[in-house]
Write a new protein. Structure first.
Length: 241
């Protein structure tokens, strides 16, 4: 069982990102937006439907999910209530731990219940609060990416932006690293949020996203391939001004 930490980071970020669905009763739309921020657009169009119930059944029929019978969960698992949450069902993403939360075994979601809300209808509930799980979908890692078991050593993208004469640093959770090319792609909607620009959700290169936002990469500050390399520091920095 390989943990999908890429999807996990994306949903943790999406809970506090206003570009992702905030209105209640749209749990499936929220999860779809998170998935599409990580995977190439349209990858799971055949599986996502109007309701969580139908979406869960579609993923099972596609061989990407299974009926849950108490198996161990891994982060990044997409959890479904198929017959247990009304005729539309419910869906969330298992993240276990969240920075700043003492509780473990958390599920990131958009929910009609007020428990655990952080932004609009989005928030985190424990597995106990979430209740019965009908089915689990375990997506393969995004194409062209590799995942290191030690999360502390995963490549992470940090955007450094000039603000009032100093650098401000923001981690980009939607960034996906291509170990073959050495480059990141990002969800430009999330990167736009850093600069308070409303951009359509799409996965593009960092350079293209910066162009859409209207900022330029400071080539002088990024000598050495738009990153600072340190064998003990997996962070990669893009300096923009």
């Amino acid at each position: 069982m390989t943990p999908n930490t890429i999807l996990t980071r994306a949903v943790i970020s999406a809970v506090t990102d206003s570009h992702f669905e905030t209105e209640k009763s749209y749990c499936c739309r929220f999860v779809r937006e998170v998935v599409e921020s990580v995977y190439i657009g349209g990858t799971f169009d055949s599986e996502f439907a109007d309701t969580a119930r139908l979406t869960g059944l579609n993923f099972i029929h596609a061989g990407l999910g299974f009926r849950y019978r108490g198996e161990d969960l891994v982060v990044g698992d997409i959890l479904f209530k198929i017959p247990d949450a009304g005729k539309f069902g419910h869906v969330g993403i298992y993240v276990d731990r969240v920075p700043g939360h003492d509780t473990r075994h958390l599920v990131g979601e958009n929910s009609s219940t007020p428990i655990g809300r952080i932004q609009g209808a989005k928030g985190f509930r424990s597995l106990e609060e979430w209740g019965h799980i009908s089915a689990v979908v375990r997506l393969p890692l995004p194409q062209g990416t590799s995942q290191i078991v030690d999360a502390a050593k995963e490549p992470r993208l940090v955007v450094a932006r000039a603000f009032q004469g100093r650098w401000m640093y923001t981690a980009v959770s939607s960034a996906v690293y291509d170990g073959t090319t050495g480059y990141f792609t990002v969800n430009q909607a999330q990167l736009g949020g850093v600069f308070q620009k409303n951009l359509q959700s799409a996965r593009v290169s960092v350079r293209k996203a910066c162009a859409a936002i209207g900022v330029t990469i400071d080539e002088a500050a990024t000598a050495g391939g738009n990153k600072l390399n340190d064998a003990n520091d997996p962070r990669q920095y893009v300096f923009v001004g």
